[in-house]
Design a protein around this ligand. Structure first.
Ligand code: ISL
Length: 539
């Protein structure tokens, strides 16, 4: 176990920087805030932190609109502060993963400003995807592609050309056929590797290469997720792999195991496995697991298909339940009939938070018992639910509107963390300081301080599970063997001497023979596992 590279079984904690901890009291989380909470992360028992974009940005898309890849936004700190954070984290035994955003820049990036100034045909324009429009006077977009955030993926500039943006208008897509774009990103990787970072999470890794000729997407343009179709003009094209093989060579020039994780929403584990073939990236988020509903058959199918596909290329699986783009899973699981997918909260379904929390506890034990690595999104260890009643005038996420369907966006999973105390800002920042989104009063019962040392709390469950993960040789990488049971129950063993049972049915389940209960997500009834409960057993 010890000789395998760290990233094959790592538990990586996602720090959504503007909502993690606020060191200077301006209501927005920052680098000093993270530094002040490293001991907490160490105590939680994770192996690494992934920090969402901290680069200078107009913040149209919360920092995923980058204006300078080698700087730090003044709201978050300085490059010196970032270096100090990396050193401190390493001192606590925590690795540091950065977020890199190669599909698009901000429209305020110097490259885009130069592209605009250059005019049609200028060489600087070739860094992006500019085209003349269709129609007599070029007044129609060059094709029918749709932005992920709604509307056409094209915006016209005053000189008459149109530029492509698969996300917000303020996020122009880069042209990855341009040699300077490739060279500059390799320099960005080196800049941060030189400062000690251990790896990168690659934003929209499946979007970089567009089909030659930019043909209309036709009906494929209506799919909300690239996961629904393999042959798509701008998602998951073969050419992206050549880029990542070059990136891997950059990482391998450094000592230690520098690593990459692809954020790639693709149509199933076989396509995902293409990103983690030998010589390419090391891991990729398994979003099929995140999207699976609370259903034993469906979960087992996702687990098997993922392990098969990733295993066939020698890559470990990487499980994830929540992130800053989707409804928090306590809330997803709290709605009986909701598929566990996507950022869109269907708030019309009745919500049972007690059920959601109970399932989230069981889901955590399941995830952390599976072979491979896992991601923990900040606040999931506190059992935070989605905040669904943020007043509309305070919402900040670019509105999502597709196929006539408007949602409240992603702010509900991005509310600043409650650390301590009885009232907002709950220790997020200094007493009396604002928070960029309001925190619910009810979060006084969910602060880290309240949960600390409470054996029934979500925080103590995560701590106990992560401690056992470090101690038990069976956990982390390795094999899994299923045992046939009754419908609605998942039961598997791992060697040496470990078994996990999860009861997703309504009927109590009699545990198999074992030599001790290591950890349970809720009270057991002797040797009977109640509904929506998971248990780790010594066998
Ligand atoms: O499936 C998708 C596109 O149809 C989306 O899920 C998309 O891949 C996803 O939204 C990408 O998310 C990442 O990049 C976005 C940013 O807004 C998100 O926060 C980030 O996680 C643009 O940079």
């Amino acid at each position: 176990k010890d000789s395998a590279p760290w990233w094959r079984s790592a538990v990586i904690y996602q720090v959504y920087i503007r909502s993690f901890a606020d060191g200077d009291g301006d209501g927005v989380g920052d680098i000093e805030g993270i530094r002040s909470r490293l001991a907490y992360l160490r105590g939680l028992g994770v192996d690494a932190v992934w920090i969402t974009p901290w680069y200078p940005s107009p913040m149209v898309d919360a920092g995923y609109d980058v204006a300078d890849y080698t700087g730090i936004d003044r709201r978050f700190g300085t490059v010196g502060g970032a270096e100090a954070l990396i050193a401190d984290a390493h001192g606590h035994g925590l690795r540091v993963i950065l977020d890199i955003v190669p599909n698009h820049t901000s429209d305020r990036h110097a490259w885009f400003e130069a592209a605009l100034a250059a005019g049609p045909g200028g060489p600087e324009r070739d860094r992006y995807v500019f085209r003349p429009g269709r129609g007599d006077d070029g007044g129609l977009p060059p094709n029918d592609w749709r932005s992920t955030f709604g509307g056409s993926a094209w915006t016209r500039v005053p000189d008459g050309e149109w530029y492509l943006h698969l996300f917000a208008e303020a996020q122009p897509d880069l042209n990855w056929n341009n040699a300077e774009v490739r060279r500059d990103f390799e320099k960005v990787l080196a800049f941060w590797f030189d400062r000690g970072v251990d790896g990168f999470r690659i934003d929209v890794a499946h979007g970089l290469i567009k089909q030659e000729g930019l043909p209309d997407a036709g009906e494929a343009g209506d799919v909300l997720q690239p996961t629904e179709r393999e042959d798509h003009p701008h998602w998951d094209r073969d050419g992206v792999h050549e880029i990542f093989r070059e990136w891997r060579k950059v990482a391998d020039r450094y000592d230690g195991d520098r690593t990459f994780t692809a954020e790639a929403w693709v149509s199933g584990p076989k396509r995902l496995a293409r990103y983690v073939r030998p010589g390419e990236l090391q891991t990729a988020f398994n979003f099929d697991y995140l999207r699976a509903p609370w259903d034993a058959e469906r979960l087992r199918a996702v687990i098997d298909k993922s392990l098969d596909a990733l295993g066939s290329v020698g890559a470990p699986a990487t499980w994830v339940l929540s992130n800053h783009d989707v409804v928090r899973h306590v809330t997803r699981y709290g709605r009986a009939n909701t598929e566990g997918r996507g950022p869109r909260a269907d708030v019309s379904e009745p919500l049972d938070l007690a059920m959601g929390t109970r399932r989230a506890r069981a889901a955590a034990l399941l995830m952390l018992a599976l072979p491979g690595g896992a991601y923990v999104y900040q606040g999931e260890e506190l059992g935070l639910p989605e905040v669904e009643d943020i007043p509309e005038d305070l919402l900040q996420d670019p509105v999502w509107e597709r196929s006539g369907h408007t949602t409240r966006g992603r702010d509900g999973c991005r509310v600043p963390l409650p650390w301590s105390g009885d009232a907002p800002p709950f220790g997020f920042g200094p007493d009396g300081a604002a928070t960029w989104l309001p925190q619910p009063e009810s979060w006084k019962d969910l602060t880290a301080e309240t949960q600390e040392n409470d054996p029934g709390s979500m925080l103590e469950l995560y701590r106990a599970a992560l401690r056992l993960r470090r101690e038990l040789p069976a956990l982390g990488e390795g094999d899994l063997r299923w045992h046939e049971t009754v419908p609605g129950v998942l039961l598997f063993s791992r060697t040496p001497g470990f078994a996990c049972a999860v009861n997703l049915s309504a009927t109590p389940f009699e545990l198999p023979a074992h030599t001790g209960v290591l950890l349970a997500s809720g009270p057991l009834d002797g040797d009977v596992l109640p509904h929506d409960t998971a248990v780790w057993l010594a066998v």
